[in-house]
Write a protein that binds this ligand. Structure first.
Ligand code: FAD
Length: 462
C-alpha cells in the first residue's frame, strides 16, 4: 500500500500524538504521507483540560504523566517543553482510615506490601489484619492456575481482605476508579502479576522494589502552565486538524482503505484509519466491519468521575499536613476518594495567596456524586476535607469538572479481549488500527506509547 492519507479519529492524547508522530516521525526521521485528525468535540485534548483558578492554570483532568517510562517525557521534549517539565516536590501520601490520616506505608507495589514493618508502623491495618498479612510467605502456593484473575483474588488470598480493602483499593481507585474484585491482575496490575509468579507474593514485590530502588527519576512529571500546552504543541504540528467533526461510519473502499463518514454525510477518503476514541464510541463504528470486535469493545465498562479544584486562603497551609495528598479506601464510605495538596505537590503551584487542593470523587461502583449539583458537591467535598485535615475555612473559589464515562475498566480477561479485537479487525479491515486508553494502558504515557507503535507501523509503509 502507498503511504497515502491517514485519518486519525479522536483528538485526545492518543490521536494527537499519533497524528503528530505520523507527520514528524517516531524517531525524528520524518513521517510519511498526509494526515487528517478528526475530533467530535469543540476542543482538543480529550481527558486533558487546563483551566484558570485565582490567576493560575491547573489541570482539571489528567494532571501528570508517568516519568518512569520514557514516552511522555520524550514527546514533551520533542515538542520543546523540556524546560517546563516539573517534578513533584514530595511524594508522601496519607490514607484516611478509621477517622485519622495515617501514612501510606512505603515500599508497596500498588498497595501490596514488601515490608510489613512499615505497614505496622503506619497503623493503617487492624492488629488482626496485620497478623493475617504476616502469614503470606508461609501459605501454600496454588500451582497450575492458568489465565487471568482479579487483583482482589490474587492479593486477598495471599495477604487477606484488609490489605486489599485498605491498601490496594485506594490505589486502584486512583488510577482506574475501579474495584479490585473486577480488575484484571494481568492488565491493571502487571507488576503485581509478575511478583505473584515468585516464591511468595511478598518476595516478588520485594524483588520488584529492589529493581526500582536505584531509579532516581521522578515518578511523575507535568508541564508548568498545564498539560494543555502539550495538546496545543501537538496540534500546532499537525497540518489538518478538525474539531466538530463526528465520525459516524467507516465504509471500506473497493481498492483498499475506507471512506470516513462524518455527521452530515461528508466523506474523507483514507488509506489507513487510526481509531482512538473510547471503546463505547469505537464499538458502533467497528461493529459494521468486524461484528465480534464491535461486541467486545461495547463490553468494556467505563467509570465516571468528577474533579473538584478548590482554592483556599494561604493560611490553610499551616493546617494541611506535609506530603502530597491523601487516598481514601472505599470501605470508609466517604464521597472523596483522593485529594492532592496541589500547592504542596507541585512547586509551580506553591506560594501566592491561595492554597490549591484537587479532590476526586467517583468509582465504577460509586456514582453518588452524580445526584449532587455543583454547590452540593463542593459542600460535601469541603466538609470531608475539613474532617480529614482540620481545615477550618471554606474555599474561596472552586471548579467542578465532571468526567462522564471517562475511565475504561480493565476487567478480568482484558488482555485477551484486546487481542481478540485486534485479531478480528486485522482480518476484516486491515486498514484500521485501534489505540488509546481502552486498550494497552489508561495513563497518558501508555497512550503515547500506543501512538508511537501505530505511527511507527504506518510510517514503515514508506
Ligand atoms: C479525571 C481524570 C484524571 C486523570 N488523571 C491522569 C493522570 O494524572 N495521569 C495519567 O497518565 N492519566 C490520567 N488519566 C487518564 C488519561 O487522562 C486518559 O486515559 C487519556 O487521556 C485518554 O486518552 P485517549 O486519547 O485514549 O482518549 P480521550 O482523551 O478520551 O480522547 C478521545 C477523543 O475522541 C473523541 N471522539 C469520541 N467519539 C468520536 C467520534 N465518533 N468522532 C470523532 N471524535 C470522537 C472524544 O471527543 C475525545 O476527544 C485521567 C483521566 C481522568 C478522567
Amino acid at each position: 500500500m502507498s503511504s497515502g492519507r491517514t485519518v486519525v479519529i479522536g483528538g485526545g492524547i492518543t490521536g494527537l500524538a499519533t497524528a503528530w508522530l505520523l507527520r514528524h516521525g517516531v524517531d525524528g526521521a520524518g513521517g510519511a504521507g498526509e494526515v487528517t485528525l478528526l475530533e467530535a468535540g469543540d476542543r482538543l485534548g480529550g481527558k486533558i483540560a487546563s483551566r484558570g483558578i485565582e490567576g493560575v492554570t491547573v489541570d482539571v483532568g489528567a494532571d501528570a504523566f508517568l516519568a518512569r517510562r520514557p514516552e511522555g517525557e520524550r514527546l514533551a521534549r520533542r515538542l520543546g517543553l523540556g524546560d517546563d517539565l516539573v517534578a513533584p516536590a514530595t511524594g508522601q501520601v496519607w490514607l484516611w482510615v478509621r477517622g485519622r490520616l495515617r501514612p501510606l506505608p512505603t515500599g508497596t507495589v500498588l498497595g501490596v506490601p514488601a515490608d510489613l514493618r512499615s505497614v505496622a508502623r503506619s497503623g493503617v491495618l487492624s492488629p488482626a489484619g496485620l497478623v493475617r498479612a504476616a502469614l503470606e510467605p508461609v501459605l501454600p502456593r496454588r500451582r497450575g492456575r492458568g489465565g487471568d484473575r482479579s487483583v482482589a483474588d490474587a492479593v486477598g488470598r495471599r495477604f487477606g481482605r484488609d490489605v486489599t480493602d485498605v491498601l490496594v483499593e485506594p490505589l486502584l481507585g486512583g488510577v482506574y476508579a475501579g474495584r479490585a474484585d473486577r480488575l484484571s491482575l494481568e492488565a491493571a496490575a502487571p507488576a503485581v502479576a509478575s511478583a505473584d509468579r515468585s516464591r511468595s507474593l511478598r518476595t516478588g514485590v520485594r524483588a520488584h522494589r529492589r529493581r526500582v530502588a536505584d531509579d532516581d527519576r521522578p515518578v511523575f512529571l507535568t508541564v508548568e502552565g498545564g498539560l494543555r500546552r502539550l495538546v496545543d504543541a501537538l496540534a500546532a504540528g499537525i497540518d489538518d486538524v478538525r474539531t466538530g467533526a463526528t465520525v459516524v461510519a467507516l465504509e471500506p473502499r473497493d481498492g483498499g482503505g475506507a471512506d470516513v463518514v462524518l455527521t452530515g454525510g461528508e466523506r474523507v477518503a483514507a488509506d489507513a484509519v487510526v481509531l482512538t476514541v473510547p471503546a463505547f464510541a469505537a464499538a458502533p463504528l467497528v461493529e459494521a466491519l468486524a461484528p465480534t470486535a464491535g461486541r467486545l469493545l461495547a463490553g468494556i465498562p467505563y467509570a465516571s468521575v468528577a474533579v473538584v479544584t478548590a482554592a483556599y486562603p494561604a493560611e490553610v497551609a499551616e493546617v494541611v499536613p506535609r506530603g502530597s495528598g491523601m487516598l481514601v479506601p472505599p470501605r470508609e464510605g466517604r464521597l472523596v476518594k483522593a485529594v492532592t495538596w496541589s500547592s504542596r505537590k507541585w512547586p509551580h503551584l506553591a506560594g501566592g495567596d491561595r492554597f490549591l487542593l484537587r479532590a476526586s470523587v467517583g468509582r465504577i461502583d460509586d456514582e453518588r456524586w452524580r445526584d449532587l449539583d455543583d454547590d452540593e458537591l463542593v459542600a460535601r467535598v469541603s466538609g470531608e476535607l475539613a474532617a480529614a485535615t482540620g481545615i477550618g475555612t471554606a474555599p474561596v473559589t472552586t471548579l467542578v469538572t465532571r468526567w462522564e464515562r471517562s475511565l475504561p475498566q480493565y476487567e478480568v480477561g482484558h488482555l485477551r479481549r484486546v487481542r481478540d479485537v485486534r485479531d478480528a479487525i486485522r482480518v476484516r479491515a486491515p486498514w484500521l488500527h485501534v489505540a488509546g486508553a481502552a486498550y494497552d494502558g489508561v495513563g497518558l504515557a501508555p497512550c503515547i506509547a500506543q501512538a508511537e507503535a501505530v505511527a511507527a507501523r504506518l510510517n514503515a509503509r514508506g
